[in-house]
Structure formats: structure tokens, C-alpha cells
Design a protein around this ligand. Structure first.
Ligand code: 5RP
Length: 312
């Protein structure tokens, strides 16, 4: 019989807790992981900044937007905010004859609803490339034209949600386990637009999202990959466990997901490259320098747009 221990996977955690960190069994995937104000990670020496207002309201106080407790009214406001963000992004970016990348998660549902309405009203010809089984079902459910990268290797516009967005528009994605296909679709899109509610807006990654950075791995390698990541970069790793099935989550690609709970702010571009080089890693949920614009639906009914700062 398997006994819980430092390398036990009985509860999903694959490494012993590091000194000074509370350990424990793996977190389930139920519920959400946005924390109350304050970070569980150490900020870097200098704060990152660099957002500018787009077509909507400029964010002058991201702290204000982040001061969110998860009571029921916040949850329903979040749902409303997702809708606002999705609708405005579709209005501003979706045009006739585009090849569209369709992201995964709950926020994208609002965008797809809006795309379907726009197609009907304006008689648009669009082709949609899914980022997951869920996205494929959504495309079909809303009567949109489904295609793939074999037929459409160049995407005009990809729209997707995110779990957290930092001040430089770096993202954590993969809360829904679809990070690899999401990154492929975003990576082959001329334009990548993110839609999110106010809870996702952070100064630094880890300020509000506490479930860590997802890493998709080939199943046979999940233990050595977990050891390599924590030996190099610290923190803790959980093997993501399924909720209504015994055992781990299996991705649309037949792989496992590790959730890396990092314990400080890193140079994310370097960390992402280093993790991707570890044998057995398929991809990470770090989307560095990929999003060109993020639409945050706000609690007050407005939409806050952040754009990538010009390279200088
Ligand atoms: C799935 C993702 C989602 O885009 C991300 O988890 C955001 O989801 P939601 O819109 O439900 O908050 O990366 O892999």
C-alpha cells in the first residue's frame, strides 16, 4: 500500500514541504484561488509597471481593483465583469473573414456568445480554432465554423481568459488545464487579446492567484520534473488531482499537470525558458510577452483596458 511521505503522490503532492512553508495535502481544484489582499510571494526589488490606457478607462490604481474579498456579491460581480470584458473585446476586435482562436474557461463563454450574435447580425464569415475540447464544444454549440491549424495555420486573432495578469501583461494560464493548446493558438495568432474580471489584475504574478503555475508534463516524468523545478527555483509542487475521478487530471493531450507554487517573484521569462528545457515538460502556463491587450471587466460596470507598453 502506498504510504504518505515526502514523495508520495497519494494526495497529489510530490515533494516534501520546504522549511518555513506550511505543507499539506494537495489542494483540490474546487473553488477558486484568489486570495485576500496581500501577496504570498516576495516582491522583487523594483515594482514593474508599464500599462497604458487603451480605448477604455486607464487603470490608475490596480491596488484598488485588487482589494477583493470573495463573498457572493463579489462572485456575481465577477461573472458580470467577465461578460463586460468579453463583449467589448469582441466588439473592438472581431471582423469579417477572420480566423479566430477561441480560448478556454468560463470568461470565453461570454465572448463566444457575443461572436455568435455578431455573426448572425452582421452576416460575418469567420473560422474558429479551438484551444481545448471545451472550446471545440462551445464553437459547435453556438453554430460557428470549426477548423484547425492544419487548414488554418495562421490565426488573425486569438481571444482567451487568464488566471492572473501582471503589470507587464505576463499571464498565468492553465487553471482549466488547457495551457498547451492555448499557447499554441495564441503563439500562431497575429493578435492575442485577453479577457478577464477585476480579480485577475495584479502587480506581480502570485499577488492574487495562489494555485501556482501549471506545468503540463509527460506522465512518466512527473516526479523528476517536480524535483528539477523545486531544486532550481524553490517552492512546492502538486500533481493536479481530478475531482470526480480517482487519480490525476489528464489533459486533452493525455498528459499530467503539475501546479508549481512559487515562493517569490522570479524573472519569469528566464524561468519559463528554463522549465521548458527540463525533459518531460510539454509547456508551462506562463505566457510571457504574448498578450497585446487585456480587457478587465470591473466591479463598477466599466472595462479597464491595459496594453503592452511600447518597446523602448
Ligand atoms: C484554461 C485557462 C483559462 O483561460 C483560465 O483558467 C481562466 O479561466 P476563467 O475564464 O474560467 O477564469 O487558462 O486553461
Amino acid at each position: 500500500m502506498q504510504r504518505p511521505g515526502p514523495f508520495s503522490t497519494l494526495y497529489g503532492r510530490v515533494l516534501a514541504p520546504l522549511p518555513g512553508r506550511a505543507g499539506g495535502a494537495a489542494s483540490g481544484r474546487g473553488g477558486n484561488s484568489w486570495g485576500v489582499p496581500g501577496s504570498h510571494v516576495q516582491p522583487p526589488g523594483c515594482a514593474q509597471s508599464g500599462t497604458s490606457g487603451g480605448a477604455g478607462r486607464t487603470n490608475t490604481s490596480s491596488r484598488k481593483a485588487n482589494s477583493v474579498f470573495l463573498d457572493p456579491s463579489t462572485m456575481s460581480k465577477a461573472e458580470e465583469a467577465k461578460k463586460l470584458a468579453g463583449h467589448l473585446a469582441v466588439k473592438n476586435h472581431v471582423r469579417n473573414n477572420q480566423v479566430l482562436g477561441i480560448g478556454s474557461g468560463s470568461t470565453i463563454v461570454h465572448a463566444v456568445q457575443q461572436i455568435a450574435e455578431k455573426v448572425k447580425e452582421e452576416n460575418l464569415k469567420l473560422v474558429c480554432i479551438p484551444t481545448s475540447f471545451q472550446a471545440r464544444q462551445l464553437i459547435l454549440q453556438y453554430g460557428l465554423t470549426l477548423s484547425d491549424l492544419d487548414q488554418h495555420p495562421e490565426i488573425d486573432l486569438a481571444i482567451d481568459g487568464a488566471d492572473e495578469v501582471d503589470a507587464d501583461l505576463n499571464l498565468i494560464k492553465g487553471g482549466g488545464g488547457c495551457l498547451t493548446q492555448e499557447k499554441i493558438v495564441a503563439g500562431y495568432a497575429s493578435s492575442f487579446i485577453v479577457i478577464a474580471d477585476f480579480r485577475k489584475d495584479s502587480e506581480n504574478l502570485g499577488d492574487h492567484w495562489h494555485k501556482g503555475i501549471p506545468i503540463e508534463v509527460i506522465p512518466m516524468a512527473y516526479v523528476p520534473v517536480s524535483r528539477a523545478v523545486t531544486q532550481k527555483f524553490g517552492g512546492l509542487i502538486d500533481l493536479r488531482m481530478a475531482v470526480n475521478k480517482a487519480g490525476p487530471v489528464v489533459t486533452d493531450n493525455g498528459n499530467f499537470i503539475l501546479d508549481w507554487k512559487f515562493d517569490r517573484v522570479h524573472k519569469w521569462s528566464e524561468v519559463n525558458t528554463a522549465i521548458k528545457m527540463i525533459p518531460g515538460v510539454v509547456d508551462t502556463g506562463l505566457f510571457i510577452n504574448m498578450a497585446e491587450r487585456v480587457y478587465f471587466g470591473m466591479q463598477d460596470g466599466s472595462v479597464n483596458i491595459k496594453e503592452k507598453k511600447p518597446f523602448c
